[in-house]
Design a binder for this molecule. Structure first.
Ligand code: AG3
Length: 277
């Protein structure tokens, strides 16, 4: 047994005052207080490598595919022919890794924290390998500033952010969704991660309402992510075009199927009620 494993060290993320998810740690690979947040990378006994920002689990080696496939492929397949993709956040490369499975011309990742990218390249090759693809371009900077200043236009914009506390706060504001329009091609589809509908249904509902103020067709969908709070996660997809049926999946996946894609839009009563309230 390695000495760290024997030492019985655990990492816990509290999901509310009375509940936490706890991982047995076999190695603390990286730790840094960057200009934007605290970054930790752990080797866990059960979930492989794990990226934690400000104490919140962002991804694990074992289940990242569920989150990234659902964030990326659902909007991409609701666009008739996405060629240019913008990812706001997602410095670990996980969303870019899925986006390049499509016939895209370019995938631009705008990450505010260069240290996240550096750490991912060193310790998380299963997501950061995306940066080896010549179609993937990295821009270090603030996502809001980028959309205010960019002259480029995109077919799909994905917001792969942390929770709406800390550096990502601005990405959940109404103004941001309005400004996004500047960088959208006609018929573009936008998708955001919209938090835990169980613990923060208010955040999910608020994002939904704000997106409805800016876009014509707005849809919420869910996915089970074992290592996120409550395991149930929400995403919102929005477009000014009426999004029709998704195109079928024609590339290799580990989670999403055509049926999963259809089923993901079925919402539980408590969330529908939060949306009305
Ligand atoms: N971004 C969403 C992570 C949210 C997790 N929240 C939490 N654990 N409290 C994931 C980024 C992966 N590319």
């Amino acid at each position: 047994m390695n000495p760290m494993e024997e030492a019985n060290i655990w990492f816990a993320e509290a999901h509310d005052e009375g509940v936490a998810l706890t991982f047995k740690i076999t190695n603390h690979l990286f730790s840094k207080k960057s200009a934007h947040q605290r970054i930790d990378i752990f080797e866990t006994l059960s979930y492989g490598k794990m990226l934690v920002l400000d104490g919140r689990v962002q991804l694990t080696e074992k289940d990242e595919f569920i989150y990234h496939e659902m964030l990326v492929h659902i909007p991409m397949l609701h666009h008739p022919a996405p060629r240019r993709v913008l990812i706001i956040g997602g410095g670990d490369g996980g969303a870019a890794k899925e986006a390049v499975k499509h016939d895209v011309e370019s995938v631009t990742v705008v990450e505010i924290d260069e240290d996240v990218v550096r750490a991912a390249k060193e310790y998380l090759p299963f997501t950061a390998s995306a940066y080896d693809d010549p179609r993937v371009h990295l821009h270090i900077g603030d996502g809001v500033q980028f959309i205010e200043q960019s002259d480029e236009k995109y077919d799909v914009v994905l917001v792969d952010s942390t929770d709406p506390i800390g550096p990502a706060e601005m990405l959940f504001a109404g103004e941001f969704y309005g400004k996004l329009k500047r960088v959208l091609n006609p018929g573009a589809v936008v998708a955001i991660q919209a938090g835990s509908p169980w613990y923060s249904g208010d955040v999910t509902a608020k994002s939904y309402r704000l997106l409805r103020e800016s876009f014509r067709d707005v849809r919420i969908y869910l996915a089970p992510i074992p290592t996120y709070p409550a395991g149930m996660w929400s995403f919102i997809m929005a477009s000014d075009a009426e999004m029709g049926e998704p195109r079928p999946i024609t590339f290799s996946t580990r989670y999403i199927t055509d049926d999963v894609m259809r089923g993901a839009f079925a919402l539980p009563r408590f969330l529908l009620e939060a949306l009305e309230g």
